[in-house]
Design a protein. Sequence first.
Length: 379
Amino acid sequence: MPFNHRQYIKQTLIPRLFKCCGGKDLWVEDDLQKYGIEVFSIHAKETVSIPSTQDLNTPDKQILEGFEANFDPAFVLKLDYATHKDCVRKFGTIVLPRGKALHTGINNHVARLGALIPKKPWNIRREDLIVAPWPHTFMSYGDWCMCVMPRVCRALSILTPQEKSMTCVALPYSCGNWSREYMELLGISRDRQIDTLTENFGLSKNGTAVTVNAHSAFWLGPSDINRMRHALIGKRPGPAMGKRALFISRKGSRRLNDEHKLYERIRPYGIEFIDDIPRSVQEQLQLFREASLIIGPHGAGLANALWSTMSPHILEIQSSAWFFPSFRIMSAANQSHYNVLIDRSYGEKLRVEENNNTGNLTVNPERFENAVLQVLGQH
């Protein structure tokens, strides 16, 4: 019988990590004071109403029910070397007495692993102020826009100008060079960017670590999103180009079959085809700044709707086998307008199956055109 890696990780490795790290993570802000952690309250719990919407790919236009999305109260946490020693560990994990991993991620499995891996005693990069908001080894572009960068902006918001000038930000930059470009726009030069996947780093003896509390989901709420938008586009007006309707291509997994044929059906309506090619962050921000309509498959740069100043309409093309509500929630939190067209060739039931999440998407051309016309009528 072949070795089941997934089962081993779930049933054996993770319980061992949990036991080795003291059996309990630290989550609740009320518990942190006794550990000598300085806690800054940023904003209270937020609730966003996610409106119901229709699947525009079904003749009967099936209704997706609305729901309430709750976002945790937001805190920034400061820990100094004098009290916590070298508390920043592998992958940006924050480790407290008795090996407890401070829960600052989506789930804490990687944080526990980071707490157990000892630092190499040589070539440790020592810094006086390290922001470490993301104890994970992964970071997609969507994760970055909707979860990681808002955390960074929140952490930076409590620092004085002098502190910001010496701040290093620890993240898995190897996941994408775009993350380094975004950090430069936030005022963190490349020499102050610590790659948690490749560098051996820690606090100096007079150092301070800054992190943020965990949220219960991948996406962040309106206040975190607004803080990030202000930092990136609030002070960069750029030349106005008017409203733009964009059809976003995707060349990776979950791409749209026959996308060029589909685009030809909607091109007469003044919709631009945006090819999936590398762009600088400045080009990306400028491209989406005037976007009033964004059409594309799940993951096809839809997170760039955050850079629009138009409260854009989004038409997301999803799969019933990989139905994840991230952009639906992001749209509501960002006061955008969300629409969806679902490829149900993988089955009528909406679900999330990891084995199917790389399947390409197929939609009926006529229904696709009708969906676009319906959204154009709203926008």
